[in-house]
Design a protein around this ligand. Sequence first.
Ligand SMILES: Cc1cn([C@H]2C[C@H](O)[C@@H](COP(=O)(O)OP(=O)(O)OP(=O)(O)O)O2)c(=O)[nH]c1=O
Length: 195
Amino acid sequence: MKRIVLASGSPRRKELLERLKLAFDVRVSQIDEDIFEQTSPHEYVETLAMEKAKDVASHLDEKAIVIGCDTVVVLDDKILGKPCDDDQAMVYLQALSGRAHEVYSGMAILDMETGKQYLTHEITTVTMKSLNHDEIVAYVKTGEPADKAGAYGIQGIGSILVEGIHGDYYNVMGLPLNRLYQGFHALGIDYFSLV
Ligand SMILES: Cc1cn([C@H]2C[C@H](O)[C@@H](COP(=O)(O)OP(=O)(O)OP(=O)(O)O)O2)c(=O)[nH]c1=O
C-alpha cells in the first residue's frame, strides 16, 4: 500500500482529502514562502506547491506520495495571499467587493518510489457581492479572513459574501480534487485501489 503524505498545515486541505476516504499523514513544510518572487500567478502557485512537496519529501524516512499545494487570489493581475493583519484583510475585501476575481491553486504530486512528478494549477472565478464598510468590519472581526488567501473563506461565513462561482469549488478551498485525481492517473496511481 502506498503511503500518502499531505504536505500542508491547512485544515481545509486535510478536510478535503479526508472526503476522498484516503489514508494519509500530514506533514507541514517549513519553507519560507516570502522568499519566492511573485512571477505570474500560475508560475508562483506551482513553484510554491512543488517547493512545499519537495521540502516535506526530503524529511520523510520512507518513500511516499507527497501532495503540496498553494492557493492565492488574483485581482487585476495582483496576487493576494494571506493578509498580514486585519487592516490588510479590510483592504483586500474592499478591493474584492462587487467584483470577479480568480483563485489559483498550484498542486504538486511527487511519487518518491517512481521518481515521477505531476505539477499543475487550477483557476476558479469567484464573484463577490458588493460589501459595505460595516459588513467588511464585521466579517474581519470574526477572525475568519486571517489565515486565508484573499481574506475570505468560501466554505465558512465567507459563503454569504459570494455571489457566484465558475469552476472547481474545492480549488477555492485550497485543493482541486478533480486535478488530484487526474494527477494520480497521470502518475499511474489507481485511486480506487487506495480507498
Ligand atoms: C480563497 C480561500 C482560501 N482558503 C485558504 C486555503 C489555504 O489554506 C489558504 C492559502 O494559504 P496557502 O499558503 O496556500 O496554505 P496554508 O498556509 O494554509 O497551508 P500550507 O502552506 O501549509 O499548505 O487559504 C480557504 O480556506 N477558503 C477560501 O475561500
